[in-house]
Design a protein around this ligand. Structure first.
Ligand SMILES: [Zn+2]
Length: 447
């Protein structure tokens, strides 16, 4: 998938300092695309090398078209593009008042390491440049450049409703086992019964083997507990249940006598049954496992956990997950059953209420034809003509691919805007470079 990272440092620079900084970054092995393109232009125009040397960026490169100054450089290496840019400064004592590094790459498992290497190199260069200035450099550090600032401006309404997502490993392991099994109904059955004997769970079903496997997986993941049961040999009624499979049954229990058949418990039938563990109960209630599982997937897809929020408002049918990333707001409605027409109207309302750029409908089953029709009609009525506000994910197995595509497109948009801004600042039309390098990948990912 295509991913983008950005970090910003709010520190003032003059154009001369920025030029020094860029020259040092080059020393770290990053080949400057714009500088080389510019050198090529000047040489082709017959301007002697001496006049070109070290001139980029110059005061001429600070855009006058933009309300705020913007200057930067691109570094291209295979499938990845690194961008260094300096912005702002109209009302500050410096030419620029912030420095941003961005990085984009496709299907690159080392992307984060590469981005860190680049951002550390730039920071080191900035340190060296500003050292000459002899002032306190506490502001010289990277902060995430995401939509945090925008998110903070949101109303309190949302803050009450949502809390930070939490991923504890036991919960993730449990949720993964439930997601993988496709026998979530079995858990609901155990949950409703409180306790279910193995025989009762398995006998009624033709696919007993699959159920047995699922129960083993649920047990291993800590969702389901196996209990020992003593049953009357004569009438099959349960006499006693020991909470834990491994626990030895004390003599005081074994010596009891059954009122049904007069045998001691020791001589009765020993069998097994299943109950939900505390973890299992927490995961099954309101299908919390689906929230945990989806969140874990989002993190796997590169979304930082701290931008993912869960609905913590009790008993509400509202949006389950909300996240701000790539300058967009995404809301998720999760269902472990069919998503129907009534759900569609409600979600449409919430999408408007939360001003979400994207509303993801994620169901373990299907989205009804009814609901799809409603979304299609709603989208047609939209003035902005954005038909892709509603995103359908039907079936657990499709979540990674659909969301991977969504985030790839969002990352692509972010980087295209970034590069366009830098290009606008220095007089190059750069968006076509991003399009030429990455658009085919984005199109290939389309459903
Ligand atoms: Zn008995």
């Amino acid at each position: 998938m295509l991913r983008t990272f950005s970090k910003v440092s709010h520190v003032g620079f003059s154009i001369d300092e920025l030029r020094d900084l860029m020259r040092m970054v080059e020393g770290f092995g990053y080949k400057p695309l714009l500088k080389e393109a510019r050198d090529f232009l000047w040489k082709s125009a017959g301007i002697p090398e001496a006049a070109i040397a070290d001139e980029y960026p110059s005061r001429r490169d600070i855009s006058v078209d933009y309300m705020e100054a913007m200057c930067g450089e691109l570094y291209v290496d295979g499938n990845s593009i690194a961008v260094l840019s300096a912005e702002g400064g109209f009302f500050s004592e410096h030419d620029f008042e912030s420095l941003t590094v961005s990085f984009m790459s496709i299907d690159d498992c080392e992307i984060h390491a590469k981005f860190t290497k680049f951002s550390e190199a730039v920071l080191e260069c900035a340190r060296r440049v500003l050292k000459k200035r002899d002032e306190e450099l506490s502001s010289l550090q990277w902060a995430d450049r995401s939509s945090h600032e925008e998110a903070d401006e949101e109303g309190n309404d949302e803050e009450e409703q949502f809390g930070r997502a939490v991923l504890e490993s036991a919960y993730v392991v449990g949720a993964q086992a439930i997601a993988k099994s496709k026998l979530q109904k079995l858990l609901i059955e155990i949950s409703q019964a409180g306790f279910a004997r193995a025989r009762d769970l398995l006998s009624r079903r033709r696919s007993g083997g699959a159920y047995k496997d699922a129960l083993v997986q649920f047990s291993e993941a800590g969702v389901v507990r196996t209990d020992q049961v003593i049953e009357c040999k004569a009438n099959g009624s349960p006499l006693c249940r020991i909470d834990n499979q491994s626990e030895a049954i004390p003599d005081s229990v074994l010596n009891l006598v059954c009122v049904g058949c007069n045998r001691s418990y020791r001589s009765e039938n020993f069998t097994e049954g299943y109950a939900l563990t505390e973890l299992g109960k927490k995961l099954v209630v309101k299908s919390h496992w689906l929230t945990v599982w989806a969140t874990d997937q989002l993190v796997t897809l590169g979304i930082p956990l701290d931008v993912i929020k869960w609905n913590v408002h009790d008993g509400s049918e509202e949006v389950d997950i909300i996240l701000d990333y790539y300058g967009k707001k995404w809301i998720f409605e999760l269902k472990d059953k069919e998503f129907g027409g009534g759900d569609a109207h409600a979600l449409n309302y919430r999408q408007v209420r939360y001003q979400a750029d994207k509303a993801i409908i994620f169901t373990t089953e299907k989205i009804s034809a009814d609901a799809k029709k409603i979304f299609s009609e709603v989208s047609k009525q939209r003035l902005d003509d954005d038909k892709s506000v509603f995103v359908f994910v039907e079936g657990i197995e499709n979540f990674p691919a659909v969301m991977g595509r969504e985030f790839s497109v969002a990352a692509y948009d972010v980087m295209k805007k970034r590069v366009t801004d830098v290009g606008g600042g220095v007089g190059f039309k750069l968006a076509p470079i991003i399009e030429a390098k990455y658009e085919a990948y984005i199109i290939k990912q389309a459903p």
